[in-house]
Design a protein around this ligand. Sequence first.
Ligand SMILES: *Cc1c(COP(=O)(O)O)cnc(C)c1O
Length: 360
Amino acid sequence: MKKIFFTVGPTQIFPTLKKHIFSAIKNDILSISHRSEYFQNLYQQISENLKNLFNIPKNYHIFFLSSSLEAMERIIQNTVYKYSFHFINGAFSEKFYQIAKDLKKSPIKKILKNKEDYNLKKTKIPANVELICLTQNETSNGIAIPIKEIEFLKKIHPNKLIAVDLVSSFPYPKINFEYIDMVFFSVQKCFGMPAGLSILITSDQSIKKAEFLLKKKISIGSYHNFINLKQKESLFQTPETPNIFYLYLFNKILKDFKKISLEKIRKDIEKKAKIIYDYFDDHKILKPAIEEKSLRSQTTIVINTNKLPSEKIISKLKKYGLIVGTGYKENKNHQIRIANFPAHKISWIKKLISTFDRII
Ligand SMILES: *Cc1c(COP(=O)(O)O)cnc(C)c1O
C-alpha cells in the first residue's frame, strides 16, 4: 500500500522531489566539483531565490550547514562571548541552551510556563546579554511563539542579536528580517526533503560579532566559523565539500514554492490546520495538546490521546497507509504528532481525519 507520512521530519517528500532526483542524475550533479562554475552558479541561485522569495535584505548571508543542531552550535560559538539568553518552550529550545553550556558560555534561561509568559517583551533581559535565542515552533510539544512577539524583542533590545530556530515552521511564518539577525531551518521538515542540510541566514551584525570575538582570541570554531563561511560565500563556495545533490534539490523546491506562491502555501497550511484542530477540539477522547489557540503550531500539531495509548492509534492508522508520529520523549505513549507541511495535500488531511473517525 502507498504510504503517506505525516511524521514531523523526516516526512512525506515534496511531490516534485522524485522528478528532481532523476533530473539531478541526468544532469551529472552527483559528479560535479564544488569548485566548479556550475556549483558557484547554483549557490548564487539559491541565495538569490531565498532573498527574493522571503524578502531577505541583500547584505544578509546564506550559509549551508549539516544540521540545525550544528546551526545552534555555530551561532553560540560565533556570537557569544559569555551571555546568551534562552526562552524555553520545549525540548529544542532547551537543547539550544544546553549547547551554550557545553561550549562553556554562561547562558541564562527563562522558562515559558503560562500564556502571559509569551508576552515576551515583559521579560527582563539583563543588559549584558549578547544574544537572545528562541525556538519559534517547538516540534516537541506543538507550541508556536507568535512572530510579532519575537519582533518586539529587537525593538526593545536593538543592540542584542536575535537568533530564531524556525526549523519546523519555515516558510510558514512571515518574517521581517529587520528584527531578526539569524534564522535557521532544516530541509527535512517543511521542504519535504531527506535530512542532512540546514540553512542559516545571518545579518552582517552577527558576522561583525564573530570578528570581534576572533580579535579577542576567543575560539569561534574552525572551518565553519562565520568568517570562513562568509569569505567562501563571497566566491559562492563553501569551506568543505558540501552536499551538492541536496543543494540542487533545495533550489528546485524553492523554485516550486515560488511557482505555487508563498501566499497559497501559507493559506493552505492554515486551512489544513483548521481542519485538524476543529476535528480534535470536538473529539470525545483525543484533544489538541495546546489549548491556547494563539499558541498552537500550524505546522506540527500535537494531540493528547488521553486514555488511549498512542501506539494503538498509530498502528491502526498504519493499516491504512497513514503514518503519524509518536509523542516526543516522555510523551511518546500518550501523544501523537501530525505534520502539516507544504507537501501534505488537503485531500490527505481529510483522509486522515475520516480514518480517525473510522478507527476510534
Ligand atoms: C528537527 C528540529 C531540530 C533539529 O534539526 P536537525 O536537522 O535534526 O539538527 C531543531 N529544532 C527544531 C524545532 C526541530 O524541529
